[in-house]
Design a protein around this ligand. Sequence first.
Ligand code: ADP
Ligand code: MN
Ligand code: MN
Ligand code: MN
Length: 337
Amino acid sequence: MKKVCAEYIWIDGQQPTAKLRSKTKIIDGPVKSLSELPDWGFDGSSTSQAEGHFSDCQLKPVKIVPDPLHGEHDLLVLCEVHNADGTVHATNTRAPLRVLSEKHEEHDTWFGIEQEYTFFNGNHPLGWPERGFPAPQGGYYCGVGSDEVFGRKVVEAHAAACIRAGLAICGTNAEVMPAQWEFQIGPLSPLEMGDQLWLGRWLLYRIGEDHGVSATLHPKPMKGDWNGAGAHTNISTKATRADGGIKVIEAMCEKLRKRHAEHIQVYGASNEERLTGKHETCSIHQFRYGVSDRGASIRIPMAAANEGKGYFEDRRPAANMDPYQVCAILMETVFAP
Ligand code: ADP
Ligand code: MN
Ligand code: MN
Ligand code: MN
C-alpha cells in the first residue's frame, strides 16, 4: 500500500459569489476509481454553509482527475456538498444540473466556456505601476513582450497543469486589459463543463500561489476605460449542429430574449459594472443577437452563419458566474416548449 494525497475540492456558500475550498485526505492507494474514495466532512460554519451549533456538512466525491502538481498517484477530487442527513445542500448547484441534463439527454448539448480572469499583485493588477496607470488599451490583446503582457509564466504553467489533469482546455490568450487573460474549456456535456471549469479555476488559484500572484474573477476589476472580464458561454445541440441548425439557433435566441432578466440573475454578481454597452458588451438592459456581433448579447459566429449550423455564444455571463447555474438556465430556456 502506498499513501496518496487526495485533494477534496468543493464550492462554498459565500454570497454573492461562491468560492473554492479544499483539504487533503491521505489514503491508501493507488486509487483506481471514483467509488473507492470515501465521503468526507467539513465544518460548514466556516464556509457559510451551516450554523455553528449544527455544523457538519458532507463531501461526496463526484469526479477525480490526476493531481498535475504532485505525485503520480495523487488526485484532485471534486465534491458535491450534502447535508449531514444526506440530502442535497442548498448551495449545491450541481445536483439540479445533474437532474436537468438527464432530462434533456436526447439533445446532446455541448458547452464551451471562455474563462477570463485578472492577475493581481497585492491590490493592483500584475505589472501595473504602483501609482498611475499603464498605457491605454490597444496593444495588449494577444500581445507579446514584457511591456505588453504580464503573467505568462503562470498562464503556461496553468495550461500545462490542465492538460496533465485531463481537462478539455482548448486554448489561452492575453486579453484587452493588461494582466487580464483567458482560458477556454470545451466543448463538453453540461456536467463535465461545470466540473472542469471549477477544477480549472482551482488550478489557476493554486498555481498562482507558487508564483505569488492571485487571480480574480471579478467582472470589472478596474473601473473606467478598462475591459471587464466575462465567461462567454458557447452552446450547441444535436439540432443546431445538424443541417438547417441556424434556424434552430435563431429560434433559441428568441426564447432567450424573453427570459433575459432571469438569465442575468444567475450570470454573476456585479455584472452590471461590466455590461455597459462599451468594451465589447451589450448593455445589461438590452437583449440583441447577431452574426459576428461582439457588441450583442448573443453572437452567432460567422462560421455558423456560413455553414447554416453550429454553435452560438452567450456573451452575457460574467467571469465570476457559476457554470452549473449558467448551463442549467440555458438548457431550461432553449428547450422550453
Ligand atoms: P472567441 O472567438 O469568442 O474568443 P474562443 O476561441 O475563445 O472564441 O472560444 C470558443 C469556445 O467555443 C471554446 O470554449 C470552445 O470549447 C467552444 N466551442 C467550440 N465548438 C463548440 C460547439 N460545437 N458547441 C459548443 N461550444 C463549442
Ligand atoms: Mn475567446
Ligand atoms: Mn475574451
Ligand atoms: Mn468569446
